[in-house]
Write a protein that binds this ligand. Sequence first.
Ligand SMILES: *Cc1c(COP(=O)(O)O)cnc(C)c1O
Length: 558
Amino acid sequence: MKIAIASDHGGVDLKSVIVRALSAKATIIDKGPADRTSCDYPDYAAQVALAVAAGEVDFGILICRSGIGMSMAANRYQNVRAAVCATVDAAVVTRQHNGANVLCLGADVVSPEYAVEIAKSFIVTPVDADARHARRRAKLERAGRLSDASGLMRDDPEVFAAIKAQTDQEDTEINLIASENTSSRACREATGSVLMNKYAEGYPGKRWYSGCLPVDAAEELARKRACELFGAEHANVQPHCGSSANMAVYFAVLQPGDTILSMSLDQGGHLSHGSPVNFSGKLYNIVPYTVDKTTEMLDYDALERQAAEVKPKILLTGASAYPRRIDFRRVREICDKVGCLMMVDMAHIAGLVAGGQHESPVPYADFVTTTTHKTLRGPRGGLVLCKEKYAKALDSAVFPGMQGGPLENVIAGKAVCFREAMQPEFKEYAAQVVRNCQVLCKTVQDRGYRIVSGGTDNHLFLVDVKSRGMTGKDAAAALDAAGIVVNKNTIPYDTESPFKTSGIRVGTASVTTRGMKEPEMIKIGTWIADVLDNIADTAVQERVKREAKALAAGFPVP
Ligand SMILES: *Cc1c(COP(=O)(O)O)cnc(C)c1O
């Protein structure tokens, strides 16, 4: 057992007594002070709190005259639960119920002999696993979701209100938006950090500004981890979003007017793959490909014939609303036959690729782009992976080609997300996302709704609601009123306008992050069908909203 201990000048003598008494039972790390020279208690509390927060020690002990100042200071750190104890009873109960990990003692409150007794009881008492105490401890930690922004409550109440509203929404709704997820607290800490204060035009080791060593370290970690996670030769972590990641690739290898063969937007492609209203459609000659009208899946033979005819510079695969696996080996074959570059935009499936639930495009493609905030569960941002031979062209396309200073705070958030995605739990997460999607899809399908392409292989599926006489717009609005959030979406060969659409898109990345599994998917699928079966019935919407809220409460957002 390891214990970190510190005090202020008023607690130095008691500290020596405690150190002596506990040395036989534990390794004691004395963080000072060494004598009674006047000092500031928050400085010493910080040292012990950080050691506990980092998991370097099992317990902390802090001593001042009352114990109170020390506890206030220590409790400002994440994962620290500091308790002032004046009795053995209090020490036992706060361990059992609150899972306290820092003991604060008042040198003026307890005798040295009794203080030793309190400390000994504290470190031998286990945390009670009882569900009701566990639930309350979880709430202690979760207070942090809002307390992260609690400074704003006073400094800028209007912005705080928006953050609080988002927090409440995430807590109470069932989020099935396929492109969204909920990032970890660690990821949000890095993304909201002081790294945002630094200008760092250029790349690690080659910056245009001084003072870049700290951000160099963060960006180097992000680049190295991205390459390791995806088995890539080179990574550029600077693109501000998925669209700018795509722009970077186009700028690296295309001239204006060059031809890109890409999936059309209304069939599942993305704006930045050549929509006429997007820069990509304005700068390049875009030829769209479609899915097969009967299977609603990619037809690789048809794609090969079209590529041979069109002779694009880039064949771009990857989509925003394609529920099936993409055969990257086959796409590579086509690119080799035609002699074009292979680019894959894996924005939606990056987390499934990282978690081993979708074949990786990286061994096949010349360029792979992605967002970091969808199934990958990181901060809002972009990433490009490429073969080493394109590294220079890519890097100069990003900077100075299209961006100035990178967002180093977001890059640090990406580094955190890449590390998380390398853990075994993330593999389990990705597998559960796919399992959940299968069950949710089947539940809705079994209630008589036509699913585009007949099912799903990944984290999303498309419901053809037109086949049941409603538009995607109306379906999404009814579900929203019932606390279930999806988006309207065009389906292949849609006859409705993109504003109304014939479909809704449903994804399981976010609910799976909350810990929901197959039984919850059956409930949610049933609610979706209940609401859509009775689209004009507000009583059904209200009933579902109540039940959805109760379900959500049992699955806290990280
Ligand atoms: C979401 C998405 C993007 C880009 O998203 P941004 O909003 O620009 O970050 C790019 N490609 C595909 C396929 C996407 O689904």
